[in-house]
Design a protein around this ligand. Structure first.
Ligand code: ADP
Ligand code: MG
Length: 212
């Protein structure tokens, strides 16, 4: 039996994200050390730790409320490029779902697409620029295809996560055209984009929370 995509799922998603980001903190910063300034894991871990505190202090009452909590916290705690980008993503997702108590597949796809569009609006990256967009865009496309073929929300999320993982891996051979890594030119080739990697971790966490 899959977990309905209600507030419990949303909170579980954030908790699972916090756990996997904490576990991968050093690895994410290693990726960022290769093509950036080495802080992505620390930045994200700081943000998700703050999210854990807020989930306990002021539990949200809808998925949209949980996304808004995440947005505000990531914007204020993560800093760097990723904080405002992830903050915008969660804020747009919150707006897309409104006060719905539960997300069906269609609303889920709308939320994922809104999140991706928010990152694009803010960062102006295109697919192939070696950014988190290279995880988000295939994730949204796969989620939409799954939903259109009648998949349940949990399967839509699983498809999104798998596509995000492939998209993150596909950043390895790219030259970066946005963010700090773009200063490196060819030297960025052979390294995975840290934001694409963290995006894939978060989308897998969302899928796992839906199976719990
Ligand atoms: P900073 O680069 O300020 O140190 P982080 O290390 O936390 O910030 O995040 C770096 C990640 O942010 C990159 O790996 C990339 O995925 C993402 N990023 C940077 N600039 C952009 C952009 N313009 N659009 C989308 N994502 C971006
Ligand atoms: Mg960095």
């Amino acid at each position: 039996m899959n977990q309905p995509l209600n507030v419990d799922w949303a909170a579980d998603w954030l908790r699972r994200s916090a756990a996997v980001i904490a576990e991968q903190r050093v690895a994410l910063s290693e990726l960022d050390r290769a093509i950036g300034d080495g802080d992505h894991g620390e930045n994200m871990d700081r943000g998700f730790n703050a999210i854990l505190g807020k989930l306990d202090a002021a539990p949200p009452d809808s998925p949209g409320g949980a996304f808004k909590l995440a947005a505000m916290t990531l914007m204020s705690k993560v800093g760097g490029a990723a904080g405002p980008l992830y903050g915008t993503a969660f804020l747009r997702a919150a707006t897309a779902v409104g006060d719905a108590a539960e997300l069906n597949a269609e609303l889920l796809v709308a939320a994922l697409a809104a999140a991706r569009d928010g990152v694009v609006a803010r960062g102006k990256a295109e697919p192939g620029d070696k950014t988190m967009i290279d995880a988000w865009t295939p994730a949204v496309d796969a989620a939409r295809a799954a939903a259109e073929s009648g998949a349940e929300p949990a399967a839509v999320l699983a498809a999104a996560a798998t596509a995000a993982e492939a998209g993150a891996a596909a950043t390895d051979p790219l030259v970066a055209r946005k963010g700090r890594a773009s200063y490196l030119g060819e030297r960025a080739v052979g390294h995975r984009d840290p934001g694409a990697a963290s995006s894939a971790l978060m989308l897998r966490a969302a899928a796992q929370a839906a199976l719990a």
